[in-house]
Structures are given as C-alpha cells and as structure tokens.
Write a new protein. Structure first.
Ligand code: GLY
Length: 357
C-alpha cells in the first residue's frame, strides 16, 4: 500500500500550501526551513491533551532546523476559548519578544487553531501562523480558511478575525491517537462536505468504504474548501454554505454549555435541517433519510433533546443573524445546497419541522 501524501495550494492573497501526509510533524522544521521561514522565533501554542503526545516531536524538529522555539500550553476544551486564554497567549508572545518576522504554530484541534490563530491576528496587528491540525475536524475544516475566534456569553465564535495561515501541516499519524468520538466529530464535517458538493464523497461514506482512508477524505474536503475560500475569503456569500448544519449545531452546543462536541452537534444539526427542508418542500429530491441513515451508520447523532424554542433562542444570538433575517443552508439534494434567507420569526417553525423522526 502506498503512503498517502498530497499538497493542495490555497490561492488566497497570500496563498499557502496544505500538506497532508505522514510524519509531517516529525519533519515540520525541515519543511518550514525549505518552504516558508528564515531562521526566526516560533511560538508553539497547544493544549493539555496534545502537548504530551506531539509537542516534543514538533519542538525537536523546529530546534534541529535552527528555529528558536517557545511553547504555551492551555487547558484543553471549548471552555478555554475565551478572552482570558487569548490575553494569556498574547501576553506570552509579547514576553517572548516575537516580532512580525516571527511565527506562531497552532498545534492541536479546532480550539487550538482558533486560539493561536486569533492571538496571531491580534498580536502586533497580525503575525504569521502555521496550522498543525491534530484532529479530523481541524484537518477537514477549521485549519484551512483563516477563520479564528473565541466564544462570547452570547454564543460561539462571536469575536474573531480572518487571517489565513501561512501553511497547514496535517500529519495523518495524529489521527491514530484520537479517541473514537473525536474522530467521529471530524467525520461529521466531512459528511457535511459530501452533502454540500460531492455526492461521490457522500456515497463513499454511505457504503462505508472511506472510513479507512482518512487521507482521501481530508484531501477531498480541503480541495473543496480551498475553492470556496478562494472565491469568498470573508464569507460574503458562497462561504456561508460551509455553515450547513451549523445554525442548529451551534445552538445545540450553546444549550449544552459546550459539553456536546462541535462535530456531534453539527451532525444533529445537519439531520434536523435536512428533515425541515424536506418537510417544508425546499428540496429537489428526498435527502433526509439518506443523511440520517449515513450519520447513524457512522454512530453520529441525528437529533437532540433540546426543545425547538431553546434551540431557536440560542440560534438567534448566533452571528449568522443579520437584522430581521437569518440565512439557512438548505440541502436541495445530495451534492447541492443553497442559501435561503428567512425572517427570524420563521426560525422556530423551521426547527420544529426538523425535530423528531
Ligand atoms: N468552518 C466554516 C468556514 O471555515 O467557513
């Protein structure tokens, strides 16, 4: 069997490479030396879950290639995605005297990518950062595209910045150490991509033939996302499609006080909006049963116990609300989704239509 290896260019300004391969972390110093950075300081930001697994590998490699390395570790979990952690990281960058010719490395999953990316965007009004995703979710989605954010009391990701990374180094070996539920959370975002744009990808999940091929899943998702981000870097239009399943998904996360992981919440949100869309005659063909069956087969949730009222309340403080309207992503068929603006007063009946089998 050949070792999977793929490089995808994201053509933003400036553009950057996404490397998807094995042993990328072990060789990150060499890659950065030859492809991106002159000798400089690199502040590696990571969390308490990831640091025992990969921090030494990364710092050894960077040090071997003459980078001056410092490290900052924060408590793992969505509850760390706040101003306190952000302030601590930015103060750390200042204490380490990083300048605009230095670099931050985000070593971890979605929370680490958000925190390190937002800190890099704030510090000195923006310094370079490199994403080193260690979870499926970060690999297929959050490490690419330059969205960085923290959560506010009012909702998830409500304060943040767009700053594209200077590179994404995705080491497939990291997926082997992930707990099954964390791996599945990322798979939910990949199924979302299949529903959005790639019926072939979705069908591969449906018949179970992709579960052993994470490199292929990640490459397909990144290639699609790269195109969307190139056309709409700051989410003025097309990029909103990537929020499929997220209006209800974020509401579930918020209602659970962020104890429901993002990927599992998105899976339920995807199934709920598919049922709503079908019941409200917004689809071109039946989609709900296929999506529900596929997610169920993968052991992902397809519903929630929170009431439609609680979900609508939570969703209406979400950033996707503009004035009196909210934009939903509607799966018209597998591989084709559209944006639909509805008055905020219609959100409750839409969610109600999607709850229940
Ligand atoms: N995760 C959705 C986006 O990057 O736009």
């Amino acid at each position: 069997m050949s070792i999977f290896s793929k490089q995808i260019h994201v053509n933003t300004s400036p553009g950057y490479e996404v490397i998807i391969s094995h042993d990328v972390l072990k060789n990150c110093g060499e890659w950065l030396h030859y492809n991106l950075l002159s000798p400089c300081k690199i502040a590696v930001i990571t969390d308490s879950n990831v640091s025992p697994l990969y921090l030494k590998t990364v710092t050894d490699s960077l040090t071997n290639w003459n980078f001056t390395v410092s490290t900052y570790i924060f408590q793992a979990g969505e509850n760390s995605k706040n101003f306190d952690t952000l302030s601590n990281i930015v103060e750390f960058l200042a204490a380490e005297h990083l300048t605009r010719s230095d670099c931050v490395a985000a070593l971890g999953g979605g929370v680490v990518g958000d925190m390190a990316g937002f800190a890099a965007a704030c510090y000195l009004r923006g310094i370079r950062y490199v994403q080193m995703p260690t979870t499926m979710l970060a690999a297929v989605d959050s490490s690419v595209g330059g969205k960085t954010a923290i959560d506010l009391k009012a909702g998830k990701n409500l304060a943040g910045a767009f700053l594209q990374p200077s590179a994404v180094l995705c080491d497939l070996a990291c997926l082997k150490t992930l707990p099954q539920s964390v791996l599945l959370g990322g798979t939910a975002e990949a199924v979302k991509t299949g529903v959005l744009c790639d019926e072939t990808l979705f069908a591969l999940f449906e018949n179970g033939s992709l579960s052993n091929d994470p490199g292929e899943v990640i490459a397909r998702c990144v290639a699609y996302k790269a195109g969307v981000v190139e056309r709409d870097e700051r989410e003025q239009g097309e990029r909103k499609l990537l929020n499929l399943g997220h209006t209800v998904g974020h509401a579930i996360e918020k209602c659970s006080n962020y104890t429901t992981p993002h990927g599992q919440a998105v899976a339920a949100g995807l199934a709920i909006i598919a049922r709503s869309a079908e019941r409200l005659n917004w689809t071109l063909e039946p989609v709900a049963d296929r999506i529900t069956a596929c997610l169920t087969e993968l052991d992902l949730p397809v519903n929630t116990l929170y009431s439609a009222e609680a979900l609508a309340d939570a969703a209406l403080s979400d950033k996707k609300r503009f004035g009196g309207e909210i934009t939903l992503v509607i799966p018209e068929k597998i591989g084709l989704c559209t944006l639909k603006k509805i008055p905020v007063s219609k959100l409750l009946p839409v969610i109600k239509a999607g709850l229940g089998r």
